[in-house]
Design a protein around this ligand. Structure first.
Ligand code: ARG
Length: 581
């Protein structure tokens, strides 16, 4: 509906332009919003106010002119002017009902399909030397939810798990692996099963033994020159580390597979070329023996120039160098229209610098967008970054285990007579969903406090609330299995039916917002409101005991669309639904 009104306004602007009233370039600035107060209609626009200068008319006069030129539409019941010059649109209830009827049969549930784009999404991207910890949660699940939404709308998504699989720390890890191998394969694989300890033990050896440290440094050099033995050790290490990641993805319901891994090492051979190209364009400077790029717009707090370091004095390359190569690949080989980076906001400056440099160097096609869809920190109840009691990093698997245990207790207390297998399955879904939903429902740009109690509550905007709401709607159909809806027609009479209908019709707008801005919390907020609108409707409007057969079918159809929308919405968040809980 919103895009329909936008279309109408665009056509109107075109005709006003032909009449010489407004200049050409206003279409992109049309903004249509839902009204908060229904006495102002369903949608409003401030377009008339925006045009006053260009048209040299009073806003209310332009508003009238727009209304006079608006193409007729069967979806719009009434249009009027309010306040200083807002234009309010009242949607025709029959049109709304028809739209919902169509959504019920539509695989996109009525969502408008945008022009298809190729979107590269860089997410999860852990450093492989460590096991996945809570710091990797946000990128993995927020990124995955946006990926699912993009694909649902028909975009071509290329997942890029830009894992940190290259760099000096690998020398240390390989040296340690070599030592363990010497003690037998069993020893090595046992130790590798806990990467966190493996890393720590390697670090201890590195610090305590000069010979070990020398060997580690030697292995880095050999690895970088492509030495076969080193490569083999490195591949083995990577395989173990990646299989840990895959276990976590599967458990979390994150859609990344081994095929999506395209890590830092993949760009290794291109780094010399990156330097050469920057040099050829006169962008490189030398600073303390290192090759750097200074960009005028980046300065330190003290006003000193702030360079991007491209190549260290010892010849080593940096994180930024790899990102430059990666951007070029994403633009020229993958042909992305958009590249999204789900990475901690603490890397904001890094991305500003490399994005701007990639543009200056012509590494990306001008029409491709580079978007750092960053996120804040997940904090503990004390407001500081989430840690174990002893101050260590919390492994993601441990966090999920605890969520599972707590969910099991909760589900058991609500269903004392349920069999163990069913309890376990429900607890698995509730546990994982709660962790994911608590994170996804927050605006990604802000920090948030991780609280098991809150996320497992049945009240408020939580996973248990929504999962339960879904089981209630689904439950209605269990009781109505034999009823044939094919002859039904949605009619919106009761106030609460209209409210629910209006909510259902917003799915498209919300989904498009999630995809444009990379903000799944918009979907969470929407589903929560939808569940609320359904419960008000269900309280006020008997469904199976409706007054007439036609009314019963109409209400069942509304319930069915609600169930479908909740399920689809949760699925786009990467959250499984339950038929009972
Ligand atoms: N591995 C990096 C880290 O753990 C994140 C990589 C993000 N992606 C990128 N293209 N820089 O901080």
């Amino acid at each position: 509906m919103k895009s329909h009104i936008q279309d109408l306004l665009e056509q109107t602007l075109a005709s006003l332009k032909d009449q010489g009233v407004v200049p050409a370039d206003f279409a992109a600035r049309i903004q249509v919003d839902r009204t908060k107060d229904k006495s102002h209609g369903d949608f409003a626009t401030n377009l008339a106010m925006m045009l006053t200068k260009a048209a040299r008319m009073k806003p209310r006069d332009i508003a009238q002119l727009i209304i006079d030129n608006l193409p007729a539409s069967s979806h719009v019941a009434k249009v009027d002017i309010a306040g200083p010059g807002f234009i309010n649109f009242f949607i025709d209830e029959n049109a709304l009902a028809n739209q919902l009827q169509h959504a019920l049969e539509d695989e996109l549930l009525g969502a408008t399909r945008p022009t298809q784009q190729t979107v590269v999404v860089d997410y999860s991207s852990p450093n492989l030397a460590k096991e996945m910890h809570v710091g990797h949660l946000r990128s993995s699940i927020i990124g995955d939810s946006v990926v699912r939404s993009l694909e649902f709308l028909g975009h071509k998504v290329i997942r890029q798990n830009h894992v940190g699989d290259w760099g000096t720390q690998f020398g240390m890890l390989l040296a340690y692996m070599e030592e363990l191998r010497a003690q037998g394969d069993e020893q090595a694989s046992m130790q590798l099963s806990d990467l966190e300890n493996f890393y720590r033990a390697a670090k201890v050896r590195f610090d305590e033994s000069a010979d070990f440290a020398t060997r580690a440094r030697q292995l880095v050099v050999e690895l970088q020159s492509g030495d076969e033995y080193c490569m083999k050790l490195w591949h083995e290490f990577k395989a173990v580390s990646l299989s840990h990641c895959n276990d976590v993805y599967q458990r979390l319901g994150v859609s990344l597979t081994p095929d999506d891994v395209y890590g830092e090492s993949a760009y290794n051979d291109d780094l010399d070329q990156v330097v050469a190209d920057l040099d050829a364009q006169g962008l490189l400077a030398t600073s303390d023996g290192a090759q750097v790029v200074f960009q005028d717009e980046f300065k330190t707090k003290e006003g000193e120039p702030l360079p991007v370091i491209i190549k260290k004095a010892d010849g080593g390359y940096l994180y930024a160098t790899t990102d430059l190569a990666a951007m070029r690949y994403r633009s020229n080989v993958l042909k992305a229209d958009r590249a999204l980076y789900f990475v901690d906001l603490r890397q904001a400056l890094h991305f500003q610098q490399v994005f701007s440099l990639a543009r200056k160097a012509g590494f990306v096609r001008p029409e491709m967008t580079l978007e750092h869809t960053g996120f804040g920190t997940m904090n503990g109840e004390d407001g500081r970054p989430f840690k174990t009691r002893s101050g260590g990093v919390v492994k993601l698997v441990d966090l999920l285990d605890e969520a599972n245990t707590r969910a099991l207790e909760l589900v058991r207390s609500k269903n004392p007579d349920m069999d163990e297998a069913t309890l376990q399955e429900i607890a698995r879904v509730v546990g994982i969903s709660s962790v994911k939903y608590a994170d996804l429902s927050k605006n990604r740009a802000s920090d948030y406090i991780f609280s098991f109690e809150q996320m497992l509550s049945f009240e408020g905007n939580t996973a248990p609330y929504l999962l339960y709401a879904y089981t209630r709607v689904a439950g209605i159909f269990k009781r109505a299995e034999s009823i044939d809806l094919s002859q039904g027609k949605i009619v919106l009479e009761h106030e609460k039916e209209k409210d629910l209908g209006n909510k259902l019709a917003q799915f498209s707008e919300v989904l498009n917002r999630v995809v444009d801005k990379g903000t799944p919390h918009a979907m969470c907020g929407y589903l929560f409101e939808l569940a609320g609108a359904f419960s008000s409707f269900y309280e006020a409007c008997p469904v199976l005991a409706a007054d007439t057969e036609a009314q019963k079918l109409s209400r069942l159809m509304l319930a069915k669309l609600t169930a479908k929308t909740l399920k689809q919405g949760l699925n786009l968040l990467g959250i499984e639904t339950l038929e009972r809980m």
